[in-house]
Design a protein around this ligand. Structure first.
Ligand code: ZN
Length: 161
């Protein structure tokens, strides 16, 4: 188990375009395993490589559903549909939550740790999590999309509904 240090905002690496992954080797596998350990340690539902100071197009998402851990390497958004508005947070902004409007459906193409291409469709919360992480790979932070900030107490009420 190797938990990496999370980069908190503000930091240049969080607002830069990440580079495409070209080597699908042991080092990449180790990095993905570390990202998973780090996401679990900090209780996140996703993590992007720039959040651990690596400027590469790698992200993972795990919302604890039947998809398990989704590894998104060089992801490309193929299609989006609809709209959803809901609370969002980010491991690089501890304690900060805001309402963000995103597409309700997304279809993405990405590669797995072996370099194999796959397509994935997601809706609702999973779509939100995937879109949040893909934004990170292009230096886009959720705070640029927040329509209204939410206090932690209010968030707890929202979660209980
Ligand atoms: Zn984030």
């Amino acid at each position: 188990m190797a938990v990496r240090k999370i980069v908190n905002y503000p930091a240049d690496i969080l607002e830069q375009e990440c580079e495409k992954v070209t080597a699908f080797d042991k080092k990449l596998a180790k990095l993905l395993d570390d990202m998973y350990d780090t996401m679990i340690e900090f209780d996140g539902v996703g993590l992007a490589a720039p959040q651990i100071d690596i400027k590469k197009q790698i992200a993972i998402v795990d919302i604890d559903d039947e998809h398990g851990t989704i590894e998104l390497i060089n992801p490309v958004i193929l299609e989006t549909r609809g709209e959803q508005t809901g609370p969002e947070g980010c491991l690089s902004f501890p304690g900060l939550y805001g309402e963000v409007t995103r597409p309700n459906y997304v279809k993405v193409k990405a590669q797995d740790r072996k370099g194999k291409s796959y397509e994935l469709e997601a809706e609702e919360f999973l779509a939100r999590a995937i879109l949040h992480e893909i934004d990170h790979l292009h230096g886009v932070l959720f705070t640029t999309k927040v329509s209204r900030y939410i206090e932690e107490a209010e968030l707890e009420e929202l979660n209980q509904e």
